[in-house]
Design a protein around this ligand. Sequence first.
Ligand code: FAD
Ligand code: MG
Ligand code: MG
Length: 314
Amino acid sequence: MPTDERLYSYCAELMGSPILLKLYSHDEALASRIFQLIKRYEDLLTVNRAQSQVMSINHAAGQHPVTVSLPVYALIKCAKAASMAQDSAFNLAIGPLVKLWRIGFQGHRVPSAAEIAERLPLTRPQDVILDDEACSVFLAQAGMEIDLGAIAKGYIADRVRDSLRQQGVSDALINLGGNVHTLGNWSVGLKKPFAPGDALIGSIEVASQSVVTSGVYERYFEQDGKRWHHILDPRSGYPLDNELDSVTIISANSLDGDIWTTLIYGLGVVKGCAALRHHEDIEAIFVTKNRDVILSSQRNFRFSLLDDSYRLTG
Ligand code: FAD
Ligand code: MG
Ligand code: MG
């Protein structure tokens, strides 16, 4: 448990996010190896620098396929499958819209309807052409851009979990800024949307599970009396507008959690709960703007409400 005096915390700043590793041993070398691992994946997957394997694919859009390393290929293949699912709000080809809005970055702004309409045809996931044999990715139209911002932290959190296990660690927590993964028993805080500091709505007790939260309070800006947050609706090109302030997914793998937070944002509470009935091991905690906390089920975690301005239902 986090208050234990034998607990050691290690911090880094990677992927534009604070990274926190908690261990039950004082082991700087292990922490450093884990941060190096995260950095290697960041270098492969980032779209926030001129060079990476994903940027090589984006630079060659409309021109030629690019052969990438197996992990990058596998992640893109998984992201494409999630994007092609029926009614999916997840879209790996959302890059041109992310770059247009720049939410969470310098120069963010509300684009004109014409600018959005111009970019929407460049976000078709079926135009991400994969070749399993060549391990290559081709973006069929010039101007297309892959953005793995909604899935890469989940993938990397799973690799950190694997690496810790391989090194004989059985109790650890990694927080990649929204993506928490655990080995052993942990209590993970559910953040209170828009509240300053570390205010919590509740705590989530898990054992060797991933806890991924996506919220409208994480990256947003205000303009014209409205909040514009960073989870975009691939159909309209505007931020998804629904009753949710945040959604948290508890699952064995953080990759699933990261995909499902975006899917749930697109579905909302009622359809989201219905969809999760077909996925026993994926569970959600919805936090609505009306201050309802709704649990889709409670098989692999225990939730305690800590803030009585919220109502626990479901
Ligand atoms: P999630 O809800 O999981 O994902 C939201 C993000 O996914 C958006 O920010 C956007 O990038 C993308 N997205 C939006 N709508 C959709 C959609 N419908 N379908 C699919 N994807 C969508 N941040 C910095 O400030 N500076 C950096 O240098 C930086 N480098 C990064 C490098 C890597 C490898 C990664 C993975 C992230 C990096 N980030 C950086 C953070 C990144 O820009 C996103 O803000 C972050 O990944 C959002 O994750 P989340 O879990 O908060 O939100
Ligand atoms: Mg995420
Ligand atoms: Mg996500």
